[in-house]
Unconditional design. Sequence first.
Length: 274
Amino acid sequence: MIDPLYVASGFGVGLLVGMTGVGGGSLMTPLLILLFGVHPTTAVGTDLLYAAGTKTGGSVVHGWSRSVHWPAVLRLACGSIPASALTLLVLWNLDLKSDAERSLVNLVLCFALVLTATSLIFRKAIMERYRSKLERVDDRTTAIATVVTGAVLGTLVSISSVGAGAVGVTVLLLLYPRLPMATIVGSDIAHAVPLTLVAGTGHWALGDVDWALMGVLLLGSLPGIVIGSYSATRVPETVLRLTLASVLFVVAGKIMFTELNLSSAIVTALAWTH
Protein backbone atom coordinates (compact mmCIF):
# COMPACT_ATOMS: atom_id res chain seq x y z
CA MET A 1 0.00 0.00 0.00
CA ILE A 2 1.52 3.32 -1.12
CA ASP A 3 1.23 6.09 1.49
CA PRO A 4 -0.10 9.19 -0.34
CA LEU A 5 1.65 11.43 2.23
CA TYR A 6 5.07 10.13 1.09
CA VAL A 7 4.12 10.68 -2.58
CA ALA A 8 2.88 14.21 -1.75
CA SER A 9 6.12 14.95 0.12
CA GLY A 10 8.18 13.74 -2.83
CA PHE A 11 6.10 15.91 -5.16
CA GLY A 12 6.46 18.99 -2.92
CA VAL A 13 10.24 18.60 -2.64
CA GLY A 14 10.55 17.93 -6.38
CA LEU A 15 8.52 21.06 -7.09
CA LEU A 16 10.80 23.23 -4.93
CA VAL A 17 13.97 21.66 -6.35
CA GLY A 18 12.72 22.37 -9.88
CA MET A 19 11.88 25.98 -8.98
CA THR A 20 14.96 26.86 -6.92
CA GLY A 21 17.70 24.47 -8.06
CA VAL A 22 18.52 23.79 -4.38
CA GLY A 23 19.35 20.17 -3.59
CA GLY A 24 16.50 18.04 -2.33
CA GLY A 25 18.57 16.88 0.65
CA SER A 26 18.10 20.16 2.49
CA LEU A 27 14.33 19.57 2.28
CA MET A 28 13.82 15.80 2.07
CA THR A 29 16.14 14.61 4.86
CA PRO A 30 14.65 16.93 7.57
CA LEU A 31 11.16 16.05 6.32
CA LEU A 32 11.80 12.31 6.73
CA ILE A 33 13.28 12.84 10.21
CA LEU A 34 10.75 15.35 11.60
CA LEU A 35 7.49 14.41 9.87
CA PHE A 36 7.83 10.65 9.39
CA GLY A 37 10.15 9.77 12.30
CA VAL A 38 12.70 8.00 10.08
CA HIS A 39 16.06 7.38 11.82
CA PRO A 40 18.54 10.13 10.71
CA THR A 41 21.08 7.73 9.14
CA THR A 42 18.33 5.91 7.19
CA ALA A 43 16.91 9.28 6.08
CA VAL A 44 20.36 10.38 4.85
CA GLY A 45 21.13 7.10 3.04
CA THR A 46 17.71 6.93 1.37
CA ASP A 47 17.83 10.59 0.38
CA LEU A 48 21.31 10.27 -1.17
CA LEU A 49 20.23 7.52 -3.60
CA TYR A 50 16.93 9.36 -4.18
CA ALA A 51 18.99 12.47 -5.12
CA ALA A 52 21.25 10.41 -7.41
CA GLY A 53 18.14 9.24 -9.28
CA THR A 54 16.52 12.66 -9.62
CA LYS A 55 19.73 14.52 -10.49
CA THR A 56 20.79 12.05 -13.17
CA GLY A 57 17.83 13.25 -15.25
CA GLY A 58 18.77 16.89 -14.60
CA SER A 59 22.41 16.37 -15.56
CA VAL A 60 21.44 14.62 -18.82
CA VAL A 61 19.28 17.63 -19.76
CA HIS A 62 22.06 20.09 -18.90
CA GLY A 63 24.65 17.97 -20.72
CA TRP A 64 22.43 17.83 -23.80
CA SER A 65 22.03 21.64 -23.62
CA ARG A 66 25.84 22.01 -23.29
CA SER A 67 25.35 23.85 -19.98
CA VAL A 68 27.93 21.86 -17.97
CA HIS A 69 31.52 23.04 -17.38
CA TRP A 70 33.18 19.60 -17.21
CA PRO A 71 36.62 20.79 -15.91
CA ALA A 72 34.88 22.23 -12.80
CA VAL A 73 32.86 19.00 -12.35
CA LEU A 74 36.03 16.89 -12.59
CA ARG A 75 37.89 19.08 -10.08
CA LEU A 76 34.98 18.96 -7.60
CA ALA A 77 34.77 15.17 -7.98
CA CYS A 78 38.56 14.82 -7.39
CA GLY A 79 37.95 16.31 -3.93
CA SER A 80 34.47 15.03 -3.09
CA ILE A 81 34.67 11.34 -4.04
CA PRO A 82 37.79 10.53 -1.92
CA ALA A 83 36.43 12.68 0.95
CA SER A 84 33.09 10.86 0.78
CA ALA A 85 34.78 7.43 0.79
CA LEU A 86 37.00 8.44 3.72
CA THR A 87 34.05 9.86 5.71
CA LEU A 88 32.04 6.66 5.20
CA LEU A 89 35.05 4.56 6.22
CA VAL A 90 35.41 6.59 9.44
CA LEU A 91 31.67 6.20 10.18
CA TRP A 92 31.95 2.44 9.60
CA ASN A 93 35.06 2.08 11.80
CA LEU A 94 33.58 4.17 14.63
CA ASP A 95 30.57 1.82 14.65
CA LEU A 96 28.64 4.48 16.53
CA LYS A 97 25.79 3.43 18.78
CA SER A 98 22.29 4.46 17.74
CA ASP A 99 22.04 7.61 19.95
CA ALA A 100 25.57 8.81 19.12
CA GLU A 101 24.99 8.29 15.39
CA ARG A 102 21.66 10.12 15.57
CA SER A 103 23.28 13.07 17.35
CA LEU A 104 26.18 13.28 14.89
CA VAL A 105 23.88 13.28 11.85
CA ASN A 106 21.49 15.80 13.43
CA LEU A 107 24.29 18.23 14.40
CA VAL A 108 25.97 18.08 10.97
CA LEU A 109 22.54 18.38 9.35
CA CYS A 110 21.79 21.56 11.36
CA PHE A 111 25.14 23.07 10.34
CA ALA A 112 24.57 22.18 6.66
CA LEU A 113 21.02 23.62 6.70
CA VAL A 114 22.19 26.91 8.26
CA LEU A 115 25.07 27.10 5.74
CA THR A 116 22.64 26.47 2.85
CA ALA A 117 20.13 29.07 4.12
CA THR A 118 22.90 31.65 4.66
CA SER A 119 24.25 31.11 1.14
CA LEU A 120 20.74 31.55 -0.26
CA ILE A 121 20.19 34.86 1.57
CA PHE A 122 23.63 36.43 1.13
CA ARG A 123 24.62 35.01 -2.28
CA LYS A 124 24.07 38.31 -4.09
CA ALA A 125 25.95 40.36 -1.45
CA ILE A 126 28.86 37.89 -1.48
CA MET A 127 28.99 38.00 -5.28
CA GLU A 128 29.00 41.82 -5.39
CA ARG A 129 31.79 42.02 -2.84
CA TYR A 130 34.20 39.34 -4.06
CA ARG A 131 33.43 38.60 -7.72
CA SER A 132 35.65 41.32 -9.23
CA LYS A 133 38.61 40.24 -7.05
CA LEU A 134 38.15 36.57 -7.90
CA GLU A 135 38.08 37.30 -11.65
CA ARG A 136 41.82 38.07 -11.38
CA VAL A 137 42.71 34.73 -9.72
CA ASP A 138 44.89 32.41 -11.85
CA ASP A 139 43.69 29.01 -13.12
CA ARG A 140 45.93 26.94 -10.83
CA THR A 141 44.55 28.62 -7.67
CA THR A 142 41.00 28.18 -8.98
CA ALA A 143 41.64 24.47 -9.63
CA ILE A 144 43.05 23.89 -6.11
CA ALA A 145 40.17 25.83 -4.50
CA THR A 146 37.65 23.76 -6.49
CA VAL A 147 39.19 20.45 -5.32
CA VAL A 148 39.17 21.68 -1.68
CA THR A 149 35.52 22.77 -2.08
CA GLY A 150 34.72 19.31 -3.41
CA ALA A 151 36.35 17.69 -0.36
CA VAL A 152 34.30 19.84 2.04
CA LEU A 153 31.07 19.11 0.13
CA GLY A 154 31.91 15.38 0.02
CA THR A 155 32.26 15.24 3.82
CA LEU A 156 29.11 17.31 4.48
CA VAL A 157 26.95 15.41 1.99
CA SER A 158 28.12 11.96 3.18
CA ILE A 159 27.07 12.70 6.77
CA SER A 160 23.96 14.86 6.25
CA SER A 161 23.03 14.58 2.49
CA VAL A 162 22.90 18.42 2.49
CA GLY A 163 25.29 20.95 0.95
CA ALA A 164 25.73 20.07 -2.72
CA GLY A 165 22.94 22.44 -3.86
CA ALA A 166 22.97 26.07 -2.71
CA VAL A 167 26.44 25.96 -1.13
CA GLY A 168 27.95 24.33 -4.23
CA VAL A 169 26.32 26.87 -6.55
CA THR A 170 27.50 29.83 -4.45
CA VAL A 171 31.13 28.64 -4.39
CA LEU A 172 31.10 27.85 -8.13
CA LEU A 173 29.77 31.36 -8.85
CA LEU A 174 32.74 32.81 -6.94
CA LEU A 175 35.36 30.50 -8.46
CA TYR A 176 34.04 30.69 -12.04
CA PRO A 177 32.63 34.24 -12.31
CA ARG A 178 32.68 34.27 -16.12
CA LEU A 179 30.37 31.27 -16.51
CA PRO A 180 26.62 31.88 -17.07
CA MET A 181 24.22 30.89 -14.27
CA ALA A 182 22.73 27.99 -16.28
CA THR A 183 26.21 26.45 -16.65
CA ILE A 184 26.93 26.91 -12.93
CA VAL A 185 23.68 25.12 -11.99
CA GLY A 186 24.27 22.42 -14.62
CA SER A 187 27.82 21.80 -13.35
CA ASP A 188 26.61 21.61 -9.74
CA ILE A 189 23.92 19.07 -10.66
CA ALA A 190 26.35 17.02 -12.79
CA HIS A 191 28.82 16.86 -9.86
CA ALA A 192 26.06 15.87 -7.43
CA VAL A 193 25.31 12.67 -9.39
CA PRO A 194 28.58 10.75 -8.73
CA LEU A 195 28.87 12.22 -5.22
CA THR A 196 25.36 11.17 -4.10
CA LEU A 197 25.78 7.81 -5.85
CA VAL A 198 29.07 7.03 -4.03
CA ALA A 199 27.81 8.34 -0.67
CA GLY A 200 24.43 6.60 -1.11
CA THR A 201 26.08 3.28 -2.03
CA GLY A 202 28.27 3.60 1.07
CA HIS A 203 25.19 4.12 3.26
CA TRP A 204 23.53 1.13 1.53
CA ALA A 205 26.55 -0.99 2.48
CA LEU A 206 26.09 0.24 6.07
CA GLY A 207 22.42 -0.82 5.90
CA ASP A 208 21.03 2.73 5.91
CA VAL A 209 18.74 2.70 2.84
CA ASP A 210 14.97 2.09 2.72
CA TRP A 211 14.39 1.09 -0.93
CA ALA A 212 10.58 0.97 -0.71
CA LEU A 213 10.50 4.49 0.74
CA MET A 214 12.86 5.77 -1.97
CA GLY A 215 10.63 4.35 -4.71
CA VAL A 216 7.53 6.07 -3.31
CA LEU A 217 9.38 9.40 -2.97
CA LEU A 218 10.59 9.20 -6.59
CA LEU A 219 7.01 8.53 -7.69
CA GLY A 220 6.06 11.98 -6.44
CA SER A 221 9.27 13.92 -7.03
CA LEU A 222 9.85 13.24 -10.74
CA PRO A 223 6.62 14.94 -11.91
CA GLY A 224 7.22 17.62 -9.25
CA ILE A 225 10.61 18.51 -10.73
CA VAL A 226 9.17 18.79 -14.24
CA ILE A 227 6.35 21.12 -13.09
CA GLY A 228 8.73 23.09 -10.85
CA SER A 229 11.24 23.63 -13.67
CA TYR A 230 8.42 24.87 -15.91
CA SER A 231 7.12 27.24 -13.18
CA ALA A 232 10.55 28.59 -12.14
CA THR A 233 10.43 31.62 -14.47
CA ARG A 234 6.93 32.58 -13.29
CA VAL A 235 7.80 33.17 -9.62
CA PRO A 236 10.22 35.97 -8.51
CA GLU A 237 13.62 34.39 -7.75
CA THR A 238 14.23 36.55 -4.65
CA VAL A 239 10.90 35.52 -3.11
CA LEU A 240 11.74 31.84 -3.69
CA ARG A 241 15.22 32.13 -2.19
CA LEU A 242 14.11 34.02 0.93
CA THR A 243 11.12 31.71 1.52
CA LEU A 244 13.27 28.60 1.18
CA ALA A 245 16.00 30.06 3.42
CA SER A 246 13.40 30.86 6.11
CA VAL A 247 12.07 27.28 5.97
CA LEU A 248 15.61 25.89 6.32
CA PHE A 249 16.37 28.10 9.36
CA VAL A 250 13.11 26.96 11.04
CA VAL A 251 13.85 23.28 10.26
CA ALA A 252 17.44 23.59 11.59
CA GLY A 253 16.10 25.21 14.78
CA LYS A 254 13.51 22.44 15.21
CA ILE A 255 16.12 19.65 14.79
CA MET A 256 18.51 21.39 17.20
CA PHE A 257 15.73 21.91 19.77
CA THR A 258 14.74 18.20 19.51
CA GLU A 259 18.40 17.15 19.80
CA LEU A 260 19.01 19.32 22.90
CA ASN A 261 15.85 17.98 24.56
CA LEU A 262 16.93 14.40 23.82
CA SER A 263 20.44 15.03 25.16
CA SER A 264 19.14 16.61 28.39
CA ALA A 265 16.73 13.68 28.85
CA ILE A 266 19.61 11.19 28.49
CA VAL A 267 21.77 13.17 30.96
CA THR A 268 18.87 13.30 33.46
CA ALA A 269 18.25 9.53 33.08
CA LEU A 270 21.94 8.79 33.64
CA ALA A 271 21.98 11.06 36.72
CA TRP A 272 18.98 9.18 38.18
CA THR A 273 20.61 5.78 37.63
CA HIS A 274 23.65 6.94 39.60
